[in-house]
Write a protein that binds this ligand. Sequence first.
Ligand code: ZN
Length: 208
Amino acid sequence: MSDGSTDAHGKHQVGRTESLPAAPFDFEAANREYARENQARPGDLTRRRSQTAIITCVDSRCSPEHFFQLPENETICLRNGGGRTADMGTLRSLTLIQLTSELKEVMVIHHKNCGALFYTEEWVREQIAKSVTNDSQDHYPLVAPAWVNSVPWLGFNVRKGETERERLERSVQEDVVFLRNHPLLKPTVRVTGWYYNLSTGIVELVEC
Ligand SMILES: [Zn+2]
């Protein structure tokens, strides 16, 4: 399909030339049900929150709202690939949170079987370069490699002989230390590190 593409709901996608596959989950229906059941929420804007921000991975299996059973409006969750703290978008959001609310603690959580364990910056570069030269419909435009070089991919460092758990605990420690020393995080904000075991559902404190 080259023009007039539609999304899963039959609406035109401005600026896109390819169509997307239909989503198997009915987001609109679920949202309407949610809105019906949550009509009156007087505490929305005034209720005291936990004053904690969580930084974790975008992996859909790693959802703090679920594994901490968080009530709505309780905690700010910042998610990126791997749950890394040196991520510019995360630093930007953390800074804005401190300027607009009273942040007391940041929890850094990395998780078992994280996809970010398995890539390197070189691998990302190679995949994009390969796709640009690919003739199939599913390719990136020619300018994509220039963008690849301007994005920090923040892959996990690999040390020979290390187990996955050891590597993740080390990455949590690195990310906690990075934040504790970062000039854009106030020294009064507590930073803690955690490991989430997808297999057991348990979140464990990592000594940092
Ligand atoms: Zn992950």
